[in-house]
Design a protein around this ligand. Sequence first.
Ligand code: HEM
Length: 1052
Amino acid sequence: MGGFLSNLKPENSLEVLNASCGPVRGNIYRHDEKIINGYLGIPYAMALAKELRFTKPVAAEKWKEPRDCYKYGPGCPQSGDKISTLLPPGHRKFSEEHCLSLNVFTPSWKSEDFENGYPVMVYFHGGGFEIGFSSNFDDYSLSGTLPLKEVIVVTVNYRVGPLGFFTTCDDVALGNYGLWDMTLSLHWVQKHIKSFGGDPNCVTVFGSSAGAIGASYLALSPHSNKLFHRYMSMSGAAWWDTAIRPKKLEAEICERFAKHHGYSGNDSESLLSWYKDQPVIKFLETTGVETKASGMGHFTPVFDGDFFPKPFDQLQKMAPKLDVLVTVNEYEGLGFLGLFPNRTSDLVVIASVFGPDVVKNPEEVQRKVLDFYMKDVDQKDATAVDKRLIEFISDSYFNFPALETVRHATRAGNNAYLASFDYYNMDAKDPYADWFPFRAANHNSELKYMLGEGMGKFEPIEEEFKVMDMVQRLVTNFAKYGNPNGKPSEPQTWQKFSFDKPFSYYKIDYPKSEMKDNFQNGRLKIYDEINASGEKNRGILYSIQKEKEEKFYYLWTWTYWVRRGIPGPIGWPFIGVFLNSLDENFPGPLQVMEWTKKYGKIFGFTEGLMKTLVISDPDLVQEVFVKQYDNFYGRKRNPIQGNSEKEKRTNLFSAQGFRWKRLRTISSPTFSNNSLRKINSTVEDCALELMRHIEEQTSEGQQIDMLTFYQEFTLDVIGRIAMGQTDSQMFKNPMFPIIKKLFQGSYSRLFLIGGVLPPFLVQIVRQILLKTMKMGSFRKINEITMNAVNSRVKQREEDEKNGIEPGEPQDFIDLFLDAKAGDIEHFGEDNEDFTKSTSYTNRQLTTEEIVGQCTVFLIAGFDTTALSLSYSTYLLATHPEIQRKLQEEIDRECPDPEITFDQLSKLKYLECVMKETLRLYPLGTFANSRKCMRTTKLGNVEVEAGTMVQVDTWTLQKDQNIWGDDAEEFRPERWESGDEHFFQKGGYIPFGLGPRQCIGMRLAYMEEKMLLAHILRKYTFETGPKTEIPLKLVGAATTQPASVWMHLTPRN
Ligand code: HEM
């Protein structure tokens, strides 16, 4: 109680106000010529007797005799041992029976602006749901703040600690009593505030810390969100993972507390009786009771299925329109690091937020988060380390929930304002500052400027009076007009949150406040990444009646695009369009092309819980793959493929975020011209080996299926450059049938099923597949690679022992073993995230990761390159004049028996042929997809985090608007100028686009050029009776020709 006017005493007025709740007499607070009336300690609920403990509050009855409302009512009994240190002596008046009271501060004069009464601001105090009470705010000081700006302020006591939040996780004690208290106080406001001069149709709920969280819970719950019109959350918000718990978890904590104090029963009723029997003083004794849960408090709100009848995101969508204003202070976490005085490591601080109740793989997430915060910090610099931990606490507890709140609200069509309060007066007295590592605006710093009372004594200096005026003006404007800038005629300096500028916020400072674009310096991306990774336990947001919800969630997702007004095929309940991907004779990409014809250049479909947006507009493609790469850096993945973030053997194709950046940095040099030059002779060896087989099998003029021949070739190349294979194994490679199976329709369909299974089944099916079914093929490939990598490592160790100098790298395995991210030149990504990533601590690949990369090169490079060769062959055979022109180029540029790397680069027309082939027959179209990691806008469409975006490459690359009237024709000449500005950016993506573009592109070109050059020097492709014209295209997720039968006619 050190409010700036706490030296003053109010006059007790004898005048009776005949309020609708009952007659009251209140205080007079004089501020120059203005008078604020204050009515303190008005009961809004019936007295709580013992049997009413742990029940919802019941409205107080109207009284008849005038009640003296001169003094604050007693606070609700507190919880936790912390309280004794935080409460100033003389302010420890508590009463369970009479604590549910509120206080009204109202201007005494009649408003000229508000005919229907003053706007009302209802304040809920903070205290982590365990402590706090409204009398903590000196009444004289409070009366000298917001009410002077023509609003009514109501402050409220609500139950805290076990009295407010005890739960048995069943109907015996549902919990959340404190939230029901808040709700009842809002009913009181609706019913009675008119008698105090207020307008019940203009009510703003606001709160700080736990009160802020409470305010945003009230905005979500259908029991409370029609009782007010706007809300302000200051330093706390609903989307704070550890502020609310799944009810089972909280019930366990409640039981643990009771057992710690001697309770020995094991059923809900006896536990309830035990709690009912305890004197309230017992609830202070939390020391020694482990919560075994993330977050700081023992007794918290829960997902009870009652106050919160649905998951938060659904409640948000159903809620009425409410304006929202959210603020944080610059260093919210400054005072909280002190809660970890004896921490053994920095991980402890991170673990307090990301425990097993919050994320599925706590250790990995914690490590990832720690790496993120500490990435460029010298660990010996304790001050710098502490600062990062403070940032972590600020972000995880306050900043990210604040951002999430404005995002959710904006998405639901509400006006939302976000600010950071950065003002801190170094000259001001701040009794707590000495406890903190440094001085800056911290948790609750803004409160004293808003309500005249903060932590400790508040003796404002001159400048601070100006800050008070500014802050109070902003918040009362919001309460009056739903806009902190005031009426629309006022300068609109504080802009609404918008996804167009997803990190913009208002920096409140003195003398200047202004809009900024980089909320928390972009640090909050890591939280989006964790959310999007699927790491969060669904219990965090969806803990109620899980199965029922799951079913509902499926149906809810199924109608997702319909509800969003986005066209697209709807498919079937639960599974969406999944069945369409099962027809081997109508491959997925062709199906998508048909849908584009029907629904246009942007449409959506669902497969189980997966939501996909399909685009075929080049501008949007450019937007997703390049301009907004930061928002779309993940790839569409089927859940059955596992979680790339947690697999030891994750690979470049699947990984995302930092792990991807690291892998990409280390892998890139492997595909540089320099490295490719070194493997030129291996690739040529493979080409010559294939030539021998061709010669053998066409000696009597037979047709051969070039698809199989090309697959043998690409497998041989990749086997020799990435899998430790020492010599050619063409047509006898034991891996061939294994890898072919992987690409067969039935196999890839197994993958697709993963998309529609409920999450818990995905894991089970994945395990079964991994162990027993064809996925075993995948394991075999891994085993082969693992053996190769291990024996290379051993070899190197032995060489070292024997003093043998390491020679030139022989293949990718050597290159990987030698690679270190730190040694690697940046390779062209101009993405900010990427640039930062080079400082990632672990600069070398683990053996597991090397295996992962080599295996993915096999899978990504084997079929694609063979198919591209097959399509080229078909197109050449059906366009003999183009084939002839190509042969002339090859004869001219490659006259010697051997073909060198430099000669390959001179085969320009061949390059045009390959480009044109890939335009007409795009491959890997499923790879041309992204996962939205952060909600953003694509054109006019808002894309929510977690949505997949897939390009319809087939439509895009044959679009007449991009390619002209001859778009359907095979015309390599269109590429001949070498200047690719002739087509629109984003219009051609056979190898993808942007930072995640195919890493193997140059290798693929090299292989194709080498082989086609050798073949076409000797033979001419000619169609025959077995050749399918047009090609029959088959496949599930991919498209490929069923066969490419050819005559290879020897040239003269
Ligand atoms: C004609 C042959 C090939 C085609 C058409 C092709 C196509 C693609 C496409 C469309 C992507 C997705 C790009 C994006 O997301 O922006 C991709 C990614 C990838 N490709 Fe290829 N690819 C081919 C050959 C290869 C080869 C030979 C290798 C390796 C030996 C390879 C390795 C990869 C890898 C590792 C990725 C993931 C890159 C990342 O996410 O950072 N590809 N490829």
